[in-house]
Design a protein around this ligand. Structure first.
Ligand code: IMP
Length: 453
């Protein structure tokens, strides 16, 4: 029995879906604990590609319970269309559960997200325009609509009659957009409630019971550490808590049940949307990182936007280890680096203004923009890794690269992915039952100084 959290250790899109898919094989319950249809996960099984936005990819294993937890924001229209598409492909929904207390993304949230983003000018966040920020804002303002309200016509109508006129003032006066109709929203959303009813329950009670029954529970984070509302690159973040701590709040469990936290990182770094990205490459290196591995090119699954690409950033990696208490790492897309003559890893930052060197992320968000990477350079291994199935199969240069990342971040690399298929995975150490490390702030701060070559 082990209860495991899988988190993104970078800016999202780390390839978590492949890792959660592999770990779901031995999970009895998979729980998504935050975010909404801003997430986009791709999994390839037997040559078939599945794209997920709201539903945990654990649904690919029949018999695995999949939970959309209370910390999520759910667009019911997107949920139903994703579910219908999965059912058409023969997937079993009998163990799918949706928290009654998750919040609902409403049509005014979608309209306001897009309008706010367009009105920000130079202050754009680059949101996915899936209504995420406005839904969480209503939740915090205690005026949100929850899934349970979709099952109760009186409650829903009462809330809409009070809320929609307020939202219409914002839509019309602030953004010059058409008003939305209480009646139309009520009819549409009560119908969604009818379709979703069979999945809705107290998911936290189910998880609690599963812990008691000593089942294996996998908590699946969406987005990534640097997009966390509290600990990410604010304000260029999402509005939820993808970090490991968010799993307990978002699923409704106590931290004492968690056995293990696994961080997922690409072998390089990507980001979609705005915000600081010290190792971003604007030249042909960035373009090669983006295009290599096609059809797995770096394009957002949800929005189709090209991802910004750059070298692996060990400063951010150490930060992710600290903030999430990572036990080990899964490194994805190692194969993308196969043909590079040289590969760089950022081991520290230099402040462009003051010249100060940082081994850790500066606590002042404004300073993040001024960080210039200090790199260690590796010779590329120039050999294909897509057919490697063990650490010893990997070219010596690739082994050195992984060892270096592990030394820099002070956690073991347990899994390595060398392609999108399930079997294109190298297990170096059992990610769930490996030894526990004790980390201190001082050893996490200090970069390894020996030559990387
Ligand atoms: P929002 O979550 O749509 O509000 O977007 C806020 C920021 O998070 C934007 O920079 C998005 O590009 C980014 N973001 C949201 N979801 C994802 C994701 O699943 N992967 C990568 N970036 C994301």
């Amino acid at each position: 029995m082990a209860n495991v959290i899988v988190v993104g250790a970078q800016f999202g899109d780390e390839g978590k879906a492949k890792v959660t898919d592999l770990l779901s094989k031995n999970a009895d319950v998979v729980v998504r604990y935050q975010g909404g249809s801003n997430a986009g996960h791709t999994v390839v099984v037997d040559g078939e590609t599945y794209k997920f936005h709201l539903i945990p990819s654990g649904i690919l294993y029949s018999g695995t319970m999949c939970i959309l937890g209370p910390g999520m924001v759910i667009d019911p229209k997107a949920f139903i269309s994703e579910l219908d598409a999965l059912k058409k492909r023969g997937l079993d929904d009998s163990k799918l559960k949706v928290s009654a207390t998750a919040h609902v993304t409403m049509p005014y949230h979608l309209a306001i997200d897009a309008a706010e983003e367009d009105s920000r000018g130079g202050r754009k966040i680059g949101t996915t325009k899936r209504g995420i920020g406005p839904t969480y804002a209503d939740k915090c303002d205690r005026i949100g609509i929850r899934i349970e309200d979709l099952l109760d016509p009186d409650a829903l109508l009462g809330k809409l009659e009070w809320l929609v006129p307020k939202k219409n003032i914002i839509l019309e006066r602030l953004y010059n957009l058409p008003q939305q109709s209480v009646d139309a929203i009520f009819k549409e959303y009560i119908e969604y409630g009818r379709k979703m009813q069979r999945y809705v329950c107290d998911t936290s009670a189910i998880i609690f019971e599963s812990v008691h029954e000593r089942k294996n529970i996998l908590f699946e984070g969406a987005q990534g550490t640097l997009l966390d509302l509290d600990h990410g690159s604010y304000p260029y973040v999402t509005s939820s808590s993808p970090c490991a701590g968010g799993a307990c709040i978002g699923a409704g469990v106590g931290p004492t049940i968690i056995d293990r936290v696994i961080g997922v990182s690409k072998a390089f770094q990507t980001r979609v949307g705005e915000g600081p990205f010290p190792t971003e490459q604007f030249d042909e290196v960035g373009e090669r990182l983006r295009q290599t591995g096609t059809p797995w090119a770096e394009v957002g699954v949800t929005t189709g936007r090209p991802r910004r690409c750059g070298w692996f950033d060990a400063v951010l990696g150490r930060y992710a280890v600290r903030i999430n208490g990572l036990d080990c790492l899964a490194i994805t897309k190692l194969d993308v680096l196969d043909e590079f003559d040289e590969i760089q890893v950022c081991v520290a930052y230099k402040d462009r203004k003051t010249g100060d060197v940082y081994n850790d992320l500066p606590s002042m968000a404004g300073a993040f923009w001024r960080m210039e990477p200090i790199y260690e350079t590796f010779q590329g291994w120039k050999k294909q890794t897509v057919d490697c199935r063990s650490y010893s199969d990997l070219p010596a240069g690739a082994q050195r690269y992984l060892d270096f990342i592990s030394e820099q971040l002070h956690v073991p690399v347990a899994l390595v992915s060398v392609g999108p298929k399930r079997d294109q995975t190298i297990v170096i150490e059992d990610p769930i039952h490996g030894p526990k490390r004790v980390l201190s702030y001082s050893n996490l701060q200090a970069p390894v100084t020996r030559s990387a070559k």
